[in-house]
Write a protein that binds this ligand. Structure first.
Ligand SMILES: Cc1cc2nc3c(=O)[nH]c(=O)nc-3n(C[C@H](O)[C@H](O)[C@H](O)COP(=O)(O)O)c2cc1C
Length: 235
């Protein structure tokens, strides 16, 4: 593979990031990105990681997924191994939530990270379908200001949903499973998490490495068909 010094440097960086030779796109045809999926992926990595010939900083512990693969691989995982999640990966997941967009950039959310086993067990009692929280490696409590205002509530829940999805995708990207759990017993959640009176725990996000099967893109998800869901131009 030939190419100029900039491309050579970029390829060097990509190799340091652990990309196999066969994944690299041809230097004579760097814009061949829209070709095979592996080429597209590498080109995305080149653009993302080495935009100005920067030196490689291996911030990741695993080989990253392509965004669309993470979207297709994410599913609700409710059974976890005992393996703890490295703190830097938890921070990365939380950072994904922090970066989520919100109406008027309000960012009305707070995230409480829980990793202590006993607290996780207690937390799993806040809702009948929150049992998986007990065995999670970590659970993030998604907290909102308590409000009776319907419009404000709707908007903040929408915002929080985006933050939750960003965190779940960041987790999937790291091979970490996630699952929501709703909160029924607000008083118990508030007590366990030490929330102020003017806050409520909207949702729990349990995290852990899947005990059943690793996260892989799902070919046929349990979803309504695209043709049924999508209305083009008009309903
Ligand atoms: C608002 C909301 C609340 C949810 N609450 C729970 C819950 O309390 N317990 C649970 O196990 N899963 C909960 N889920 C997960 C859904 O059951 C799950 O997203 C759905 O079944 C699709 O699963 P899949 O993404 O694995 O296909 C919730 C999801 C959402 C979006």
């Amino acid at each position: 593979m030939g190419g100029g010094p900039v491309l050579k440097r970029a390829l060097e960086v990509v190799r340091q990031l652990g990309v196999a030779d066969e994944d690299l796109c041809s230097s004579s045809d760097p814009v061949s990105a829209p070709g095979s999926p592996s080429r597209r992926r590498t080109w995305v990595m080149l653009q993302r990681r080495a935009p100005h010939g920067s030196s490689a900083s291996p911030a990741r512990t695993v080989k990253p997924m392509e965004t669309f693969d993470a979207i297709r691989a994410r599913r609700n995982v409710r059974a976890y191994t005992d393996r703890p999640i490295p703190p830097q990966d938890l921070d990365r997941i939380l950072e994904a939530g922090r970066r989520a967009p919100s109406s008027m950039n309000d960012q009305a959310w707070d995230f409480v990270l829980v990793t202590e086993r006993e607290r996780l067990r207690e937390l799993s009692r806040v809702w009948r379908y929150a049992e998986h929280v007990a065995g999670s490696a970590a659970t993030i409590a998604l907290v909102l200001p308590a409000t009776e205002d319907r419009d404000e509530r709707d908007i903040r829940w929408f915002d929080l949903g985006q933050a939750a999805m960003a965190m779940m995708l960041a987790a999937a990207d790291l091979g970490i499973g996630s699952s929501h759990a709703a909160v029924g017993d607000q008083a118990l959640a508030r007590e366990l998490l030490g929330l102020p009176e003017d806050r409520e725990c909207a949702m729990l996000l349990a995290l852990g490495y899947p005990a059943d099967r690793p996260l892989r893109p799902i070919e046929e998800p349990a979803r309504r068909p695209l043709d049924e869901v999508v209305h083009r131009e008009r309903w």
